[in-house]
Write a protein that binds this ligand. Structure first.
Ligand code: NAP
Ligand code: ZN
Ligand code: ZN
Length: 351
């Protein structure tokens, strides 16, 4: 075992404070990564605050990880010391079920092993990326393309793949109208990726305060959802709606914005269930769908796509002692558009 510096929450209401955690020894198929940057995803906050159910504490969250390989196990063939790598939301899966065999490890029937708060094969609870080092199975490590700056790339590992995967699956592209609801961490990358795929993109945000940014990210249209006229004007307007909102919204109002055979893809994961009126789905033969991150193969494809298209997350780099302040700003929808922790600023915990 290796003792490393990390930031953790001791309870659902606690601040995120410096501590140490144990990482397993590097096994034959493992890679040791020295973490340089870790993105702050709203899922980190939902998890620690108990929105999705009871958790194990203390817990270190973070599943947008960018760093450098510093050691490899004896059987590792794909990675070498010095490689620029990333880790996202999963660190393992059963590898044997139909979905794993199809490269869709996120839908593993046995449940993929999440980067934090999951139960690893050795029975220990996994700890995430707000930390100086992580040990990960070689098959769950991603290659960061040379042209992507390590200091901004980390959010692609969750926010990027979570928007890329459904936009590809439901064929966002030329001739298709796509609305992105909520322009935070996921949403701003959803806008950039959908625009790069050739779709006509509309942002549906609470206010117009970020309109100039949305247009710069590639949106052709931008509306405030606080204005009821928005919902009248856009009725029957979209092939796809990507909902990235972390709170409950009025699904009926948004579903009515779908045209024939339109799909509302829900990636936001609020604490409470979302009520759906079936009659709203009957109209226009609409679909309500969910989507979870993306498989390892598709995550690599997304990183390469972003490198090719020059898509980079808009980030605000913070020191580790600013995590609590950053979380408060995410909860207040005051994020432009992803906080990234500079792991070099992590202090050793007080002895
Ligand atoms: P985020 O940065 O906080 O963005 C969410 C955005 O939603 C906010 O910036 C805001 O955008 C809008 N919003 C927030 N509260 C709202 C409210 N009460 N009413 C209307 N709009 C509101 O969060 P994120 O990191 O992008 O994550 C978004 C959600 O996706 C979270 O629930 C997260 O857990 C979930 N998630 C799911 C997956 C998956 O695999 N499905 C993966 C990652 C994250 P505007 O200011 O533009 O309105
Ligand atoms: Zn996430
Ligand atoms: Zn599986």
């Amino acid at each position: 075992m290796m003792t490393v510096t990390a930031y953790a929450a001791a309870s659902p209401t606690a601040d995120i404070l410096p501590t140490t955690i144990e990482r397993r020894d590097v096994g034959p198929a493992d890679v040791l990564i020295e973490i340089q940057y870790a993105g702050i995803c709203h899922s980190d906050i939902h998890t620690i605050r108990g929105d999705w159910g009871p958790q194990t504490y203390p817990q270190t969250v973070g599943h947008e990880i960018a760093g450098i390989v510093s050691a490899v196990g004896s059987d590792v063939t794909m990675w070498a010391v010095g490689d620029r790598v990333g880790v996202g939301c999963m660190v393992n899966s059963c590898r044997e079920c139909e979905n794993c065999k199809a490269g869709l490890e996120q839908y593993c029937w046995a449940g993929n092993i999440q980067t934090y708060g999951g139960v690893d094969r050795d029975g220990t609870v996994t700890q995430g990326g707000y930390s100086t080092h992580i040990v990960v199975d070689q098959d769950f490590v991603l290659r960061i393309p040379e042209s992507l700056d390590m200091a901004v790339v980390a959010p692609l590992l969750c926010a990027g793949i979570t928007t890329y995967s459904p936009l590809q699956h439901w064929r966002a592209g030329a001739g298709r109208t796509v609305a992105v609801v909520g322009m935070g961490g996921l949403g701003h990358l959803g806008v950039k990726i959908a625009a790069a795929l050739g779709a006509e993109v509309t942002v549906l945000s609470q206010t117009l305060s970020k309109e100039a940014d949305g247009r710069a990210f590639g949106a052709a249209h931008y509306y405030a959802t606080s204005d009821p006229a928005t919902f009248e004007k856009l009725e029957n307007g979209f092939d796809l709606i990507l909902n990235t909102v972390s709170a409950e919204i009025d699904m009926k109002a948004y579903l009515k914005l779908l045209r024939l055979d339109g799909v509302l893809i829900n990636v936001g994961a609020p604490a409470e269930p979302l009520p759906i009126q079936v009659f709203t789905l009957f109209g226009n033969r609409r679909s309500f769908a969910g989507s979870s991150i993306g498989g390892i193969r598709e995550t690599q494809e997304m990183l390469d796509f972003c490198a090719e298209k020059g898509i980079v997350p808009e980030t605000e780099l913070i020191a580790a002692d600013q995590i609590n302040e950053a979380w408060a700003r995410v909860l207040a929808s005051d994020v432009r558009y992803r906080f990234v922790i500079d792991v070099a600023t992590m202090e050793q915990p007080a002895a």
